[in-house]
Design a protein around this ligand. Structure first.
Ligand code: ADP
Ligand code: X2W
Length: 263
């Protein structure tokens, strides 16, 4: 089996042009098949509020009414995706920018209304990604760059968390490739103390994760990220790394970095 890296980059890195450029250069230098997924929640919130549309998040998910959907479509599929693709072309990666609607690569279902109406937020279910179709792009020499939008197959775009898209892509593609999922953000990895980069936790298994959650060492945005990561491992992804975008270059020599999750 050939190797594949599925790499997600978070909103705080996208927001910092120096970090973003360093990351995109290191991403280009990484050999073999790769797919990039970017978030951009922070930029979407800024643009939304500048247009007079208040941003609401519940459990790390954006309440996406029709005005918010229009804004996130402009920001994720337009502003961020096309800038990332243009920079990657500049560094020498033949990137192709995509939403889940392009090529029918990622379908999702609008989240049903229970106690909360999330609006146009999509959940990805099993078999909603066809890995063979994405593989055709990889084999043709393209590097897919996905933003945080999916579609329902009936003409409706949906907003889907970028960590979830990365995990779902990694799981689907692990049927064809030996896949490593990498979550890059602005910290060294999962930390004992989020203000101390020297407090990196190098390995976490599900038992340790339960303990770290109970001790409130892991909280907020890191919770859904870890849940997505453990789901990926349970479903066939070979390894998951959570670490700083500046350290991606370490993968080049076959080294690891940040926090490594295992079963
Ligand atoms: N133990 C921890 N170690 C590192 N970050 C943590 C931890 N617990 C909570 N966090 C928070 O999780 C955030 C990352 O989640 P999120 O903002 O969703 O990431 P992304 O930028 O990739 O979208 C960090 O910025 C940090 O504030
Ligand atoms: C449904 C939902 O919440 N979608 C996310 C998609 C962007 C994202 O995931 O961005 P980060 O990775 O930068 O957080 C949102 O709109 O914020």
């Amino acid at each position: 089996m050939q190797k594949l890296h599925v790499i997600k980059i978070g909103g705080n890195v996208i927001d910092n042009s120096e970090n973003l450029h360093r990351f995109l250069k290191d991403f280009t230098a990484l050999e073999g098949y790769k797919i990039l997924i970017h978030g951009g929640g922070k930029v979407a919130t800024l643009v939304s509020e500048s247009m007079g549309v208040e941003a609401h998040m519940v459990d790390g998910r954006r309440i996406t009414d029709i005005d918010t959907l229009r804004i996130v479509t402009m920001v994720y599929a337009g502003l961020i995706n096309k800038n990332v693709v243009a920079q990657l072309q500049h560094y020498g990666t033949n990137a192709i920018g995509l939403t889940g609607a392009d090529g029918d690569f990622i379908r999702a279902k609008k989240r049903p209304v229970k106690t909360i109406d999330y609006g146009f937020v999509g959940d990805i279910s099993d078999n909603s990604i066809n890995p063979e179709n994405i593989s055709k792009l990889l084999e043709a020499g393209f590097t897919p760059v996905f933003c945080a939008l999916t579609h329902d197959g009936e003409g409706q775009l949906l907003n889907t968390n970028a960590d979830t898209i990365a995990s779902a892509l990694a799981v689907a593609l692990s049927k064809l490739y030996e896949t490593t999922l990498v979550y890059c953000f602005e910290k060294k990895g999962v930390l004992h103390d989020i203000n101390d980069d020297d407090s990196l936790i190098r390995d976490i298994n599900p038992e340790r994760y339960d303990q770290l959650k109970a001790d409130k060492i892991i909280h907020s945005g890191m919770l859904p990220k870890m849940d997505n990561a453990f789901t990926a491992i349970a479903c066939g992804v070979r390894a998951v790394i959570i670490g700083h975008s500046d350290d991606l270059g370490q993968l080049k020599g076959g080294h690891s970095f940040g926090t490594r999750l295992s079963n």
